[in-house]
Design a protein around this ligand. Structure first.
Ligand code: F6P
Length: 357
């Protein structure tokens, strides 16, 4: 790569920057795309949109993005570029295709907007093949290391909070337990923040395997005290403690699949009803958490990341990622982001726990 493309130090105008969005979609992706295009245009640099994540680079599905292409997209959910979970295989034919399209479209740099998997591929393309790559972190799960927050998370938490608010009134009217299953992959960020914001009575997260006996005790206690309804938030990867596992091996395999989690809420609700006799219902929020318009916080964060990502290209900060540290946007090595996932902060869990029961 480097021989074809030179030393990748751009102080001049006329740089051609590719941008792709990979992995699960997330509110704020369009805000990033818009910010990159607008920031690049200030220096007469050109942005090319790569469709459907890494797949577009492999297949050569690449199109210029102009100021007109990004008009009106700031408040829109999803991504105008499309996305996929395809990451480049590290084999000669795939690398050859990427190389061919890189040259054909005369790309000088690539901005990769993604979560852990997409950014790991970006890190590998820089580390192993010297592609001049810059990362921007996104995911509703907020489980990426190297940044305090990812955009999309605030919107997802807002959806969960709104749902819990609504579930309160129906749960109260019917004197029911409401189990609310939320996303978050292997971390409990969405569950804990949504649970705190919505005033949940129990929050179950992957970081703390739960005991059904304790959950039921809390719910019974609420009933005894005259609180005739309860809200239980359960993260999609929350698991029963091994000492009190009520799921069969087959059910485990069905709920905790590597590529797709979901279903713990239904099994938990059955067990709660069976153990306590309290009428219990389930709401699985699913993809509603990922869709729709980003909150103002996510629009601003995504816009700041986009501007910073573009400036990282201009400063040749390859193999690095835009990151939020405190209230500042900085850049960190992509390695920091992709080697581990960021589990829920224990301090946040402790706050949620104070309101259990
Ligand atoms: O990473 C975002 C996320 O929505 C997770 O919370 C969820 O487990 C997963 O993506 C669902 O992925 P898919 O879109 O492949 O079903």
């Amino acid at each position: 790569m480097s021989a074809d493309q030179g030393p990748f130090i751009f102080t001049a105008m006329g740089v051609r920057i590719g941008i792709l969005t990979g992995g699960g979609d997330c509110p704020g992706l369009n805000a990033v795309i818009r910010a990159v295009v607008r920031r690049a245009a200030l220096e007469q640099n050109q942005v090319l949109g790569i469709r459907n994540g890494w797949r577009g680079l492999i297949e050569g599905d690449i199109h210029p993005l102009t100021r007109d292409s990004v008009v009106g997209i700031l408040p829109r959910g999803g991504t105008i570029l499309g996305t996929s979970r395809v990451n480049p295989e590290n084999d000669a034919p795939t690398l050859e295709r990427i190389h061919t399209h890189w040259k054909e479209f005369d790309l000088h740099a690539l901005i990769v907007v993604g979560g852990e998997g997409t950014l790991r591929a970006a890190r590998d393309m820089w580390r192993d093949h010297e592609y001049p790559v810059v990362g921007i972190p996104k995911t509703i799960d907020n489980d990426l290391c190297g940044t305090d927050f990812t955009f999309g998370f605030d919107t997802a938490v807002g959806v969960v909070t709104d749902a819990i608010d609504r579930l309160h009134s129906t749960a109260e009217s019917h004197h029911r337990v409401m189990v609310v299953e939320v996303m978050g992959r292997h971390s409990g960020w969405i569950a804990a923040y949504g649970g705190i914001a919505g005033g949940a009575d129990v929050v179950l997260v992957p970081e703390h395997p739960f005991r059904l006996s304790r959950v039921c005790q809390l719910l019974r206690h609420r009933e005894e005290e005259g609180r005739a309804f309860s809200i239980v938030v359960v993260a999609e990867d929350a698991k029963p403690h091994v000492d009190e596992d009520f799921l069969s091996g087959e059910t485990h395999a069905q709920i905790y699949r590597h590529d797709r989690l979901g279903g713990i809420g239904n099994f938990l609700a059955l067990e709660i009803e069976r153990s306590t006799g309290l009428e219990t219902r389930v709401t699985t929020l699913g993809y509603v958490q990922r869709g729709g318009s980003p909150t103002a916080f996510d629009r601003v964060l995504a816009t700041r990341f986009g501007v910073h990502g573009c400036e990282m290209v201009m400063n040749s900060e390859w193999g690095r990622m835009a990151s939020l540290r405190g209230d500042k946007i900085v850049s960190v090595p992509l390695d920091d982001a992709v080697n581990n996932i960021k589990l829920l902060d224990e301090d946040i869990y402790r706050v949620a726990e104070i309101f259990f029961g």
